[in-house]
Design a protein around this ligand. Structure first.
Ligand SMILES: [Mg+2]
Length: 246
């Protein structure tokens, strides 16, 4: 192991955004809950079963592209909606309409609350780069660029595979490994020489499916066991635990 807490073979680090670099996973969870609860209340009346921003979020939504999150959670409740299209208005009762409603709520929360970075992650990414490893940001979020700019961290990543790039390149999102594989390819490294840093169960699945050299589970919500079950090689509460102090 290096003093970055990684196997000697690792030359690139692929970081998820929400929940790993920024404290936005909780903001996403809140926006999903507000959107789904309004939808379920309208559909089932006041005795509706609310969206659980712990269990439902971790299992069906976290880490997945927006439309996949809508579809996967609704399927867990036996609900199927028409797909609609990406330009559907936020009040449309379609998969994309609900996704757009969630995104509106998210952007509103980000606008009013701002975005906070995990300092331990920023210091770790800086240490990784100082030691000559390359870096990528790999997120399902279509807002990745704005979020990185708002915390002045865009320069810390050599390449970016986000929701926008994935749509352009037609890459399926997490839990499929394709976005992480695309990042490794952009950096010119074999997956076996790249480490994945993720807080989502879908991200662990992607790391395992892509046969990456090392998968770091970042546990912000007390789900270490689930992260290990989904393929983490190690689980930490903060990247500062891995090392990187030079
Ligand atoms: Mg995440």
């Amino acid at each position: 192991m290096t003093d970055l807490g990684l196997p000697e073979t690792i030359v690139s680090c692929l970081f998820d955004l929400d929940g790993v670099v920024t404290k936005t996973a909780v903001v996403h969870a809140a926006a999903w809950k507000e959107m789904f609860d309004a939808f379920l209340r309208e559909r089932d009346g006041e005795d509706f079963r609310p969206f659980d921003s712990g269990a439902d979020y971790d299992e069906y939504v976290d880490g997945r592209p927006r439309a996949d999150g809508v579809r996967t959670f609704l399927a867990s409740r036996g609900i199927e909606l028409p797909e609609g299209g990406p330009d559907d208005p936020p009040d449309a009762a379609t998969v994309h309409g609900l996704g757009n409603r969630k995104n509106e709520l998210l952007l509103e929360k980000i606008r009013t609350q701002g975005v906070e970075a995990y300092e331990g992650t920023l210091r770790y990414v800086e240490a990784v780069r100082e030691q000559g490893l390359s870096t990528a940001i790999v997120s399902s979020s279509a807002n990745t660029r704005d979020v990185l700019r708002s915390i002045d961290a865009e320069h810390l990543f050599d390449t970016r595979i986000d929701g926008v790039v994935a749509a352009e390149r037609k890459l399926p999102g997490k839990p499929h490994p394709d976005t992480f594989l695309a990042a490794a390819r952009d950096l010119g490294v074999e997956p076996s020489k790249a480490a994945v840093f993720e807080d989502a169960l879908a991200g662990m699945d992607a790391g395992r499916a892509g046969r990456f050299g090392y998968v770091v589970g970042v546990d912000r919500v007390g789900q270490a066991d689930a992260l290990y079950r989904h393929g983490a090689d190690v689980v930490v509460k903060d990247l500062a635990e891995l090392g990187g102090k030079s």
